[in-house]
Design a protein around this ligand. Structure first.
Ligand code: 9UX
Length: 72
């Protein structure tokens, strides 16, 4: 089933950060779409729960040097 993950993403400073994060998320297995909002420090990922977990998606963001957490 497809679910939407909403993330709080810390450490972004410019539009290139946004593009880097959207790219790494979009290429993960099971991700249908990924959008990042710099001003809001948020990420929105539509993904297949059977193919990838929220923890793996957050780890992909963290691997770029940012910090991702579930949004409140
Ligand atoms: Mo912008 Mo982000 O120069 O890691 S790409 S700060």
């Amino acid at each position: 089933a497809t679910d939407r993950l909403e993330l709080k993403i810390s450490g972004m400073s410019c539009a290139s950060c946004v593009a880097r994060i959207e790219k790494v998320l979009a290429r993960q297995e099971g991700v249908a779409s990924a959008r990042v909002n710099l001003a809001a420090e948020k990420g929105y990922v539509d993904y297949d729960q059977g193919r990838i977990t929220p923890e793996e998606l957050m780890a992909a963001v963290d691997s770029l040097g940012f910090t991702a957490a579930p949004a409140e």
